[in-house]
Design a protein around this ligand. Sequence first.
Ligand SMILES: [Zn+2]
Length: 212
Amino acid sequence: MFEKEKKEVLDCALEIKRNRLVSLSGGNVSMRVGEDRFLVTPSGMIYEEMVPDDVCLIDAQCRPVEGVRKPSSDSAALVYMFQHMPQAQAIIHTHQPWATAAGFAADEIPDFLVTVMDACRNPVKVAPFTPSSAIGMGELAVEYAGDSLAVILKHHGVLTWGKDIKEALYAAVYLEEAAKTFVLAKAMGAEIPALDPALIEQEKKGWETYGQ
Ligand SMILES: [Zn+2]
C-alpha cells in the first residue's frame, strides 16, 4: 500500500541528508495518507540503506499497520501534530545545526529574509526543551507553531510541515539557509531591522506562483 507515497517519504529523507540537515539516521519524515493512517521513517536506519518498503505505515496509536520495521521513536509526537494540525499533510524533523544554534540567540527567527517569508510563511518560534521520543515534543510544536510552517526545538532541532512534502522540505532547507545568515549577522553585531508588513505580504504573494 502507498508505494508512491513511501518513495516520496524516502526521497525527502535523502534530500534532508544531502542538505546536511541530519546525520546518519537522525530526524524523520512522515506523511498523512488517510484517516488515522500515517507513513513514518523507521527508527535508527541509515537513510541511504533504506528502500521504500522500510517506511512504516502506522495508525493513530502508533501501531504498525504494514511493514516489519519499528517506526520512528518520535511517532507519538508526530501523530499528535497530525491530529492537531489538520493543515499538515507531511512533517519533517531534523537536527539542522544553524537553525538550532539560532534557537540559543533569539526566541524566534523573524521574517527578515525572503526565504523565511516565502518558505516558512511567518517568523519561526523557538519552543523550550522537551525530551525527544515523547509526545511532549509534538505538544510544544503545536503550541509554538503559530502561522509558520516550522518551529525550532531548543537543545534539539527543527520540525517543519506543509500541505505536501515539498512544502515541508522547502521550509526546512530554506530555514537552515536563513538561520545561517541570521547567526552570522548576530555574530557581527549587526542590527536586523524589521520590514514593512505590506512589503512582506507582497513578497509572500509572489511565492504563491513560484515554480512550475
Ligand atoms: Zn530529533
